[in-house]
Design a protein around this ligand. Sequence first.
Ligand code: NDP
Length: 397
Amino acid sequence: MGKVLIIGAGGVGTVVTFKCAENTAVFSEILLASRTKSKCDAIAKAIGGDRVKTAQVDADNVPELVALINSFKPDLVINVALPYQDLHIMDACLETNVSYLDTANYEPLDEAKFQYSWQWDYQERFKAKGLTAILGCGFDPGVTNIFTAYAAKHHFDEIHQLDIIDCNAGDHGKAFATNFNPEINIREVTQKGKYWENGQWIETAPHEIHRPINYPEIGPKESYVIYHEELESLVKNFPTLKRARFWMTFGQEYLTHLRVIQNIGMAGIIPIHYNGVEIVPIQFLKAVLPNPGDLGENYTGWTSIGCRIKGIKDGKEATYYVYNNCSHEVAYKETGTQGVSYTTGVPTMIGAAMFLTGQWKGAGVFNVEEFNPDPFMEELNKWGLPWHELHNIDLEL
Ligand code: NDP
């Protein structure tokens, strides 16, 4: 039984808190803290009972975090605020001797650039204190890393090609909305494309490489090679990979909106002066776009995320596809959020449970593929994200 402090009361934080509250065998006490306490209170009320306590915290303020952690004394801090807060929360964990888990790697506010180096730099400090930091435990990164580790462990002697394919075939009825924090999402999808081939990173223009991919129960959807953070740790931890790519589906309407947003400067991250006030265009845009956490009510359709892998088994070429399909409507009925928050928050709870039950352990900073994937895969089936596997099929890619 363990005590968790969850930081961040957005769409993902809602699902993590619901699922931790439901998992009574593992989570004995839950404190949900965020910048806006009323959002924490609303989530606690929706869950009901007195399972979830709430608090206000500015996660960019390390002394404030330290005081909160010292007063609650959790066994683990779950960071589902924004990537900007990662290092501050890790600093507070080191100061208070508490382990750490997150879902997205650090990104500086003033540069749209995400990479693991900043957090991997904490390796020796977490190791020296005997603490565990678990990085990227959502769906992608998270489950996609575990799927890859599971495939490598059970179905291949060597993996050579990895294509992570992420399809959102849902319809939220809005002209334009993002499925998680708009600022982080737009920064991510407007970057240059990048993939791994023959020992080096190949850069592309944004959305340059695309093709239709067939998704189970959904059919063909135009899919685009974009850079996604789990590629960085996966090529490091699976050095036999000759090629690793990440594909995401986008509708034409979404891409048109995105192009306009960029062309008129609304995706900008450099502050501008407006009527004597300093504003960051993309932060202003976030304020006028639909809140991803509120999209669930009318969201229909499915997400489908998985890994298509080629490699060698017993001297022969083998292919493997492992995936989960998640219904936005079912996610909404259960937690009041849409499928993207759900597919992120469920694995976060499972990763926390892996740590608290001692099934994932170690001192230092870890990406999730470095742990045993088997108990995590079992829990996915139990907690609402069942997965399916296909062997020796045409991978299309
Ligand atoms: P939201 O914007 O909905 O929620 C973020 C929450 O963090 C908000 O409640 C916000 O507070 C709070 N917050 C922001 N800054 C601070 C701060 N300084 N101190 C305290 N709280 C703060 O985002 P999502 O729930 O959509 O996403 C959460 C995280 O999950 C992001 O890091 C995102 O990148 C990650 N993610 C990971 C995925 C994966 O598969 N690995 C997929 C999707 C998302 P307030 O309400 O006051 O604004």
